[in-house]
Structures are given as structure tokens and as C-alpha cells.
Design a binder for this molecule. Structure first.
Ligand SMILES: [Zn+2]
Length: 133
């Protein structure tokens, strides 16, 4: 599968690395995410690039929704990882929906399935708050 984003551009997840050296290899299947944080970043970037299949494929089968419809008008403008400990990653994703900026704060739980990290669920329900226009 070709890369979904220019490989030399800095990755949408905000590590400062190029997409080809960050989330790209997880997306094209050449190298699975090595840690829960790496998978969380790759999933954020998949949302940003509208790679629904990647989001679903890295979701535990017990908690995965039957389908996922990403809002075409939502832009993912930033990611901050607050904490990555053990199986959990706490982060804030900044989204732009129309003229509104929304911050989604979530603590996610991951596990390994068949040797690959997968997203299970959030520990606490995500708090979604408008962050002003
Ligand atoms: Zn990345």
C-alpha cells in the first residue's frame, strides 16, 4: 500500500519526525507500532488521514464498532501525549469542526493481540470540550 501522506512531511501526530519515519510504516504495514504510545499516535494520524481501515484493524475485536464513519469536515490539528505508562496512554487531540475547535482528552488502554498492539477502550470516558473558536 502506498503511503497515505507525503513521506518527507512532518508527521501529523507531532513527533517532529517525517511521516516515513513515524506513523507511515505502521499504516502501510511494513512495521507494526512497537509501543502503546506509537500505536496511539498511528491511530491519531489514521483519523487525521481518514484511514478508517487502519483505525478498525488496530481496535480489539471485543470493543471494535462494526463500522466507522469519519466526519469528512473534521480536521485533526494537534496531538499532545500527557502520559504513556504500561498499557495506558493519556492524550489530548485537538479537532477542528467547521469554525469550532474541540479538545478530546482521553486515557486509552491497549493490549497485545497476536503479537501486535491493539486499542481496547478508554479508562475514563473522554471529555470533549469546546476550546473556543
Ligand atoms: Zn506520527
Amino acid at each position: 500500500m502506498p503511503l497515505a501522506y507525503p513521506p518527507f512531511k512532518s508527521c501529523p501526530c507531532g513527533t517532529g519526525r517525517s511521516y516515513a519515519h513515524c506513523c507511515g510504516p505502521a499504516h502501510d504495514g511494513s512495521r507494526a507500532a512497537a509501543t502503546p504510545e506509537a500505536l496511539m499516535r498511528a491511530r491519531y494520524t489514521a483519523y487525521a488521514l481518514h484511514l478508517e481501515a487502519f483505525v478498525l484493524n488496530t481496535w480489539h475485536p471485543d470493543t471494535r464498532p462494526p463500522q466507522l464513519r469519519l466526519e469528512p469536515g473534521t480536521r485533526y490539528t494537534g496531538l499532545t501525549v500527557h502520559d504513556a505508562t504500561g498499557l495506558e496512554v493519556e492524550f489530548t487531540a485537538t479537532l477542528r469542526q467547521g469554525t469550532q475547535t474541540v479538545k478530546v482528552h482521553e486515557r486509552s488502554v491497549f493490549t497485545q493481540l497476536g503479537g501486535q498492539w491493539v486499542y481496547v477502550d478508554e479508562v475514563t470516558p473522554p471529555s470533549v470540550e469546546p476550546a473556543g473558536a
